[in-house]
Design a protein around this ligand. Sequence first.
Ligand SMILES: Nc1ncnc2c1ncn2[C@@H]1O[C@H](COP(=O)(O)OP(=O)(O)OP(=O)(O)O)[C@@H](O)[C@H]1O
Length: 262
Amino acid sequence: MDAAIRLEDVRWSIGKTTILEPVNLAFAAEKMNVILGPNGAGKSTLMRIAAGRLKPTGGRVLHGDRDVFGLDARALARQRAFLSQHVEIDFAITVEEVVLMGRYPHFARAPGREDRRIVDAALEMVGMAARRRQIYPTLSGGEQQRVQLARVLAQVWSDETPPPARTIFLDEPIASLDVHHQLQILEIVRGLLARGCTIIVTLHDLNLAMRYGDRLIFLRDGRLHDVVEDPGAVSTDLVRRIFDVRATALDDDGRPMLRFYL
Ligand SMILES: Nc1ncnc2c1ncn2[C@@H]1O[C@H](COP(=O)(O)OP(=O)(O)OP(=O)(O)O)[C@@H](O)[C@H]1O
């Protein structure tokens, strides 16, 4: 496996409380790496550490062969973007200005024509181009989520061939979206793999994770439990151990699908 990012003995604790036990894990390059686990399992913490946003209390995070905490912040921002679970903006800024924030690591004083073009293309991609002049806080939660995805896309946009290696971290990107937009966003995100992007994403919907993911990484109680390389091979036993629910495996037109029971 070609690894984009490697965690070596990474751990995180706060005072005497261990949040993340030592983790050794590689995220596959140009694949959709999905992190799963119950609430409080440590998924966001692991992602923030892997992205270089939170310094681990021990261990190393390598992006390629470089320690992420030794990288120049601006250079890092051009090669990896992070979409958080909640992004609060409560001042009167337009949708396109929010997406333009993604271009800040790329220009010195003022955005150029190329930056504007990329903002338009990113808004187009998430289906929010018609709302570009709307005041961001007046959007619905799901619309805000799509605009934030556009910001992240604009940050690591590249039309180069071959495309440079970039990584996109998405923490529950479809949590507040309707079914149509959940699928649309996951399709967009999968489409980025062919453009040289590595995706690291947390999802709560195990069925969608099995359908869209390439590798499923299971955490529980701050511990890495399993990495399933074949998303169709998630066992009901694993589901029970991780989520404390019973599951039945169904056949959805040749694709595995799980139904859950308490
Ligand atoms: N700064 C902090 N201080 C104290 N506890 C923290 C801190 N940051 C995280 N935690 C705790 O660490 C645990 C893991 O949090 P994390 O946000 O990584 O979980 P998660 O798997 O992303 O959960 P969810 O699915 O609910 O978003 C939680 O119990 C959380 O309360």
